[in-house]
Design a protein around this ligand. Structure first.
Ligand SMILES: NC(=O)c1ccc[n+]([C@@H]2O[C@H](COP(=O)([O-])OP(=O)(O)OC[C@H]3O[C@@H](n4cnc5c(N)ncnc54)[C@H](OP(=O)(O)O)[C@@H]3O)[C@@H](O)[C@H]2O)c1
Length: 278
C-alpha cells in the first residue's frame, strides 16, 4: 500500500513504447531531464516494462528521485493485443489475468503499487462488452487493495464510455486516446471527460498531426513565442486541458517538450488551433 500522501498527477507523461533495449537508458534520461510521470504497459510487443524498472532503479541509485516522486502508469492488455510473451496465463479467467498482469508489472517496476492502471483497449471497437466489465471489475479490486491509486481506459470511444455509464460501472479517472487535430483534437471525448471529471491524456499529438505541425499558423505562433512547432502543439494541448504524452528519444526534444509548459499562448490562438483541422 502507498505509505506517502499521493502524488498529484504530473503535467507531462513520458511514454516508453517502442524503445526496446534503449528503454532503461531513455527512462533514466527522461527522469534526469525532469519528467516525473512515466507511461508504460505490460505488453512486451510494444513496451519493455522491465526496462522501465531498470531505468527507474538507476535513477534511484544516483539519488535523482525516489519512488514517491514518480507517477507510474501501466496497462493491462488483452491477449489479442499481445505478442507471444504474455504476462499471464491465457487459459485463466480475465479476472485472474488482470491480477497476474498486475503482479508482473509490480515485479518489473519494483514497486508495491502503480499510480494509474489502464485498460489498454476494450475487447471490441464497438461496444463495452461483458469481457470489459469483468476486466474492469478486476482492476477495481486491484485499486481497492492498494495496488493502484487510479484507473484509466485507453483507445475508447464515447459509445464505450456511455455504455459504461449506462451499466453503472465506475467511470475511469483517465482516458488515454490518440488525439487527431482533424477530429477537433478529440473534442467530443474531451467534453465528456470534462463533464465527468476525467483527465484526458493525449498521445500521438505530433505524429498524428503532421499537417498541423506544418501549418503557417503554427509556424507564426512558434516564431513569435521563440519556440518550435512541437512546443506550440504541447502548449496548446495543455491550454485545452489535455495531459500530453511524449515518447521522444532525444535529450534536446525532452528539454523542449518540458519547456513547452512555460509557453503561454494567447486565448485566441488556442481557439484557432483547436479548430485548425476539424
Ligand atoms: N494507449 C495506447 O494504445 C498508446 C498508443 C501509442 C502510444 N502510447 C503512449 O504514448 C507515448 C507517446 O507516443 P506517441 O504516439 O505520441 O509518439 P512518440 O513515440 O512520442 O513519437 C513522437 C515523435 O515526435 C518526435 N518528437 C518528440 N518531441 C519532439 C520535439 N520537441 N520536436 C520534434 N520532434 C519531436 C519524436 O522524435 P524524437 O524521438 O527524435 O524526438 C517522435 O518521432 C508512447 O510512448 C506510449 O507510452 C499509448
Amino acid at each position: 500500500m502507498p505509505t506517502e500522501p499521493p502524488l498529484p498527477v504530473p503535467d507531462f507523461l513520458y511514454g516508453t513504447a517502442w524503445k526496446e533495449d534503449r528503454t532503461p537508458a531513455l527512462t533514466e534520461l527522461a527522469l534526469r531531464m525532469g519528467f516525473r510521470g512515466i507511461d508504460t504497459a505490460n505488453q512486451r510487443r510494444h513496451y519493455f516494462e522491465a526496462g522501465v524498472g531498470q531505468g527507474m532503479a538507476a535513477a534511484y541509485r544516483t539519488g535523482l528521485v525516489a519512488r514517491n516522486d514518480l507517477f507510474l502508469q501501466t496497462k493491462f492488455t488483452y491477449q489479442p493485443g499481445q505478442g507471444h510473451r504474455l504476462p499471464y496465463d491465457p487459459a485463466a479467467s480475465l479476472s485472474v489475468q488482470v491480477a497476474q498482469s498486475m503482479a508482473s508489472s509490480l515485479d518489473h517496476l519494483a514497486s508495491d503499487h502503480v499510480d494509474s492502471y489502464v485498460l489498454h483497449g476494450p475487447a471490441s471497437n464497438h461496444d463495452w462488452t461483458d469481457a470489459d466489465a469483468e476486466a474492469w471489475e478486476a482492476m477495481r479490486k486491484e485499486r481497492d487493495t492498494g495496488r493502484t491509486r487510479l484507473l484509466g481506459v485507453s483507445n475508447v470511444s464515447l459509445r464505450h464510455l456511455r455504455q459504461m455509464a449506462a451499466a453503472r460501472a465506475e467511470l475511469p479517472a483517465f482516458v488515454q486516446n490518440r488525439c487527431y487535430a482533424r477530429l477537433g483534437w478529440d473534442r467530443a471525448m474531451r467534453l465528456f471527460c470534462r463533464q465527468h471529471k476525467i483527465i484526458y491524456q493525449g498521445f500521438s499529438l505530433l505524429t498524428a498531426n503532421q499537417e498541423v505541425l506544418n501549418h503557417p499558423l503554427i509556424a507564426s505562433l512558434a516564431a513569435s513565442a521563440n519556440a518550435t512547432p512541437a512546443q506550440v502543439v504541447f502548449s496548446f494541448a495543455r491550454a485545452v486541458g489535455i495531459l500530453p504524452l511524449t515518447g521522444t528519444s532525444n535529450a534536446e526534444h525532452m528539454k523542449q517538450d518540458l519547456a513547452s509548459r512555460d509557453i503561454a499562448l494567447p486565448r485566441e490562438s488556442v481557439q484557432a488551433i483547436e479548430s485548425l483541422a476539424g
